[in-house]
Design a protein around this ligand. Structure first.
Ligand code: ZN
Length: 179
């Protein structure tokens, strides 16, 4: 089974799929409820990847490249768990907004660590592929829009924003206007 990218999963998603492994961005203290940690913390089938020092947006809360010796062993642990799950045929739910991006600001604050994290991610994708699992897919909570006229569901950002159906070639507003 594959790695599935998910846009903002919820705690009920985690609790109703105990055989799936949910990934979230964590901090060195393993506490706080920002971002996906709000949903995932404390669940047995969730694994945190450390991307911050502290659960705050204060200056000292962000990882720096000098944290490499503290962070690398934790990443090794987390990714071993993920890779073993994939090797056993399990599903891994990966946040579609990324890990280390967003609130953690890893690319800007710790470019060396960011590069290292991407090596772990690339290795994880190789494990998934080696097990006959095609890369990332859409799933679970991904923003979408369903046409009231033909029922087609689109995941296209433009369709969602403009409320457009590519199948009917019409805007939803037009349909609701009775045209
Ligand atoms: Zn339509």
């Amino acid at each position: 089974m594959p790695i599935i990218e998910s846009y903002r999963y919820t705690r009920p998603d985690i609790q109703s799929h105990r055989d799936w492994l949910f990934v979230f961005g964590d901090n060195l203290q393993g506490r706080g409820y920002g971002g996906q940690a709000k949903e995932a913390r404390g669940e047995p089938n969730a694994v945190g990847i450390v991307t911050k020092r502290l659960p705050s947006m204060a200056e000292g809360a962000f990882l720096q490249d000098s944290d490499v010796l503290r962070v690398t062993p934790l990443w090794q642990q987390a990714f071993s768990k993920i890779n073993l799950h994939l090797m056993g045929g399990g599903v891994v739910i990966w946040p579609s907004e990324g890990v280390g991006t967003g609130r953690a600001q890893l690319p800007a604050r710790a470019p060396g660590l960011w590069q290292e994290l991407n090596l772990f991610i690339a290795a994880m994708k190789s494990v998934a592929e080696a097990n006959g699992q095609i890369g990332f897919g859409k799933a679970l909570g991904e923003p979408s829009i369903t046409c009231p006229r033909c029922g087609l569901t689109s995941y296209n950002g433009n369709d969602i924003r403009e409320r457009y159906c590519g199948n009917c070639h019409m805007w939803h507003d037009q349909m609701e206007g009775g045209q």
